[in-house]
Design a protein around this ligand. Structure first.
Ligand code: HSE
Length: 311
């Protein structure tokens, strides 16, 4: 039996434009680093080795809640000591809470001899995601767990997750330093959708999945737009429309709000284009006087994974 493990848990894109709560994509960076020890002392003890002042009470910590949900299914007494270094800034819109929850349950599973399937781990991680965003959406958890491009077909309960290999793509993300809480960004959404709009949206979802499966970049480019959720959230992210326009002019295939924001993502065919697109989006926030970070990297083929084991 292992004594301790070190886990890397990557950032993820959710929604991917048109696929609200359903589509997701794993990134390679940034990622959270989680070191965990199995203990005979029941319960979960959490320390953060970063400067984000996240709660350490396991009942109020995303990783803690996910681990407590997992431990309820473990008959023998077991507990975990957990040290988390957040490489993904909380509230940035690239799946920070999902990375904590997924990384923690992946580490716990390794320490317990891999007794749970990934689908069971998704269920535990969802309990953690609920704490962060007030909703059991699995669109960040799925790519965080399985890697690649993921489709969550069933929402409650989450029983169908399909992970597909994505074609070679480079992702540019700009994170303007403004606060957009997922719970607030969900509150502005329409309760009902006109049928015509819904048809356009699910046509795009189908087109996007087909584009990923066939590596048809032109189809991916035509299919990313979100006609329902992004228009409702536009006012939450100053500079979004201009960032999109400059990104497209710089060669991006397309993109939109990353999750519930405030980050904006763009998909690109080459690293050089992604770098230019990241710079083009950043220039908008520089002009607005809003501090920002940019990330450029390839799509991640792996989700959270154990990178070091100690017996
Ligand atoms: N699908 C979720 C939303 C992702 O857009 O609210 C939150 O990160």
């Amino acid at each position: 039996m292992l004594d301790s493990v070190l886990v890397h848990s990557p950032a993820t894109l959710s929604n991917l434009g048109c696929g609200f709560d359903v589509l997701g994509l794993a990134l390679t960076a940034p990622y959270d680093t989680i070191r965990m020890w199995r203990t005979a002392v029941p319960g979960v003890r959490i320390r953060h080795l970063d400067g984000y002042c996240l709660p350490t009470d396991p009942a109020h910590n995303v990783a803690g809640v996910a681990l407590l949900a997992l431990l309820r299914e473990v008959p023998e007494a077991a507990g975990f000591d957990v040290e988390i270094t957040k490489g993904i800034r909380p509230g940035s819109g690239v799946g920070s809470s999902a990375a904590s929850a997924v990384g923690a349950v992946v580490g716990a599973n390794a320490l317990l001899g891999n007794r749970f399937t990934k689908m069971q781990l998704v269920e535990f991680a969802l309990a953690g995601e609920m704490v962060a965003s007030g909703a059991r959406h699995a669109d960040n958890i799925a790519p965080g767990m399985f890697g690649g491009f993921t489709v969550v077909r069933s929402l409650e309960p989450v029983t169908d997750i399909t992970a597909l290999a994505a074609p070679p793509l480079w992702v540019a993300v700009v994170h303007p330093q403004i606060e957009v809480k997922t719970s607030d960004a969900r509150r502005v959404l329409p309760a009902t959708v006109p049928l015509g709009l819904a048809v356009r949206q699910w046509a795009n979802v189908a087109g996007l999945v087909a584009g990923f499966l066939t590596a048809d970049y032109a189809l991916i480019s035509r299919s990313l737009d979100d006609y329902i959720v992004e228009p409702a959230r536009l006012a939450l992210i100053p500079g979004l429309a201009e960032a999109r326009a400059r990104a497209r002019a710089a060669g991006a295939l397309g993109g939109g709000i990353s999750g519930s924001g405030p980050s904006i993502f763009m998909l690109n065919q080459t690293e050089a284009t992604a770098q230019a697109v990241g710079a083009a989006m950043g220039s908008v926030f520089a002009e607005l006087g809003i501090a920002f970070n940019t990330y450029v990297g390839p799509v991640g083929t792996e989700g959270a994974r154990v990178v070091e084991e100690v017996l």
